[in-house]
Design a protein around this ligand. Structure first.
Ligand SMILES: *Cc1c(COP(=O)(O)O)cnc(C)c1O
Length: 410
């Protein structure tokens, strides 16, 4: 008899966005005339830029001709893209990486979810709270997170990020082997200053821990002194893996491409303590078994982002979203909401009025203004009492949503 992996049964069936969709549908049925505006889901709305489209067309044409047709590509990604990554994303920040330290992937979700396979199942883990659910759920599936008790996983250390601590996570007072950080943060839209990030790198070095650093929103950073990469911090190569994605940077949510950085210096120890093993090598071994590369067309599309036209065009879209964020930040603040984030990230993290629960406020906003937000508690216990709005919408929808909320608030 084949037995199931029972760790999967510990996961909640009610996926946050499915729950939201259900409630929104119920509203639509009872209010057929209302036009609902969603500021909820974290997907982009603006089309791919012309430089990317042109590169994709060209790549398709190459695939049509025997002389330029490509089959399986190199598992770590094509050299043209890895070179462009090194030259554009790292060298200008004084970070010298080798192409063999870059793994091109089909987006950051797969790698942030799969990376935990290359370390032992009984490592301890720690996450900022609230959090992108992939980090915890992927650890639940392998049995590392323990069981759910009172809204928390028993074997997970939570680092609360709330208004009280200025959304700056505090170091744990005990050893944690695997630490997930995401900056700029989804869902709070807040960032971590260099001196705070340095504390985490030093903690990891002291404790022989690994930091999994999700930099998916790095392109949205506006302030000069906020780190774009954890490798801007001395010593990070010995303790950190970094994830990048073109999804939010360049609208690649449907194209699929990103990359993961695993420096050669990063090592983890065997149980007997006798050997230190290169994680770059283990991930390479894992990928060559379970992953057959990102499509050539997607990689050519990603390369085009680094051309002068590509840079300028993707920046224009990022500016557009950040314009939405500014507009929403100002409008909501004027209405009396306490608004966080939205200055170096496309997310606004807003306190519910009068300490209302996240879900109750979600319903009030839906029924009062026909606007959809994401209840903060869906991202973890410290998200209770907050809601998330995304700036990925169309400008007119953002304006209309703000007008409706202002009218509803009165
Ligand atoms: C959107 C997002 C990603 C990117 O996922 P892809 O698989 O690259 O589309 C990664 N991390 C976080 C925190 C995100 O919000």
């Amino acid at each position: 008899m084949a037995l199931v992996n029972e760790h999967f049964l510990k996961l909640s069936n009610n996926y946050l966005f499915a729950d939201i969709a259900k409630k929104v549908n119920a509203f639509k049925v009872s209010h057929p005339k209302s036009e609902v505006i969603s500021l909820g889901i974290g997907d982009v709305t603006q089309p791919l830029c012309p430089a990317v489209i042109e590169a994709m067309h060209k790549a398709v044409d190459e695939m049509a001709v025997q002389a330029t047709f490509r089959g399986y590509g190199p598992e770590r990604g094509y050299d043209f893209l890895r070179e462009a990554i090194l030259k554009n994303d790292f060298l200008p920040r004084g970070i010298h990486l080798d192409p063999s330290e870059i793994f091109v992937n089909d987006g950051a979700k797969s790698d942030t979810g799969n990376i935990q396979e290359i370390v032992r199942w009984d490592n301890s883990i720690g996450v900022t709270d609230p959090i992108y659910p992939v980090y915890i759920d992927s650890n639940v599936m392998i049995g590392r997170a323990g069981i759910m008790e009172n809204g928390k996983w028993s074997n997970v250390t939570y680092f609360p990020c709330t208004e009280e601590n200025g959304f700056i996570p505090q170091l744990p007072d005990h050893r944690v082997d695997m630490i997930y950080l995401c900056y700029p943060n989804n869902p709070t839209g807040t960032v971590l200053p260099k001196e705070e990030l340095r504390k985490w790198v030093n903690y990891a070095l002291r404790n022989d821990a690994i930091i999994f650093y999700d930099a998916a929103y790095e392109a949205y950073i506006q302030d000069d002194d906020i780190p774009h990469s954890i490798y801007e911090i001395k010593g990070a190569r010995k303790c950190a893996i970094e994830f990048h994605s073109y999804s939010k940077t360049a609208g690649f949510t449907g194209v699929r491409c990103g990359y993961t950085v695993i420096p050669k210096e990063l090592k983890a120890v065997t149980l007997d303590g006798k050997e230190r093993v290169e994680l770059n090598h283990l991930w390479d071994r894992r990928q060559s078994t379970k992953f057959n590369g990102t499509s050539y067309i997607s990689q050519r599309a990603a390369e085009a982002i680094y051309t002068p036209e590509g840079r300028q065009q993707t920046q224009a879209t990022i500016d557009y979203y950040m314009g939405n964020a500014k507009l929403m930040h100002e409008s909501l603040t004027k209405m009396g909401f306490k608004v966080f984030g939205g200055q170096n990230a496309p997310y606004l993290w807003v306190k519910t009025p009068d300490g209302e629960s996240s879900w109750r406020f979600f319903e009030q906003l839906l029924y009062g203004a026909s606007v959809v937000c994401t209840p903060g508690v869906g991202f973890g216990p410290s998200g209770e009492g907050y809601f998330r709005l995304t700036a990925f919408g169309e400008r007119d929808n953002c304006k209309e949503a703000m007008r409706r909320i202002a009218e509803w608030i009165g």
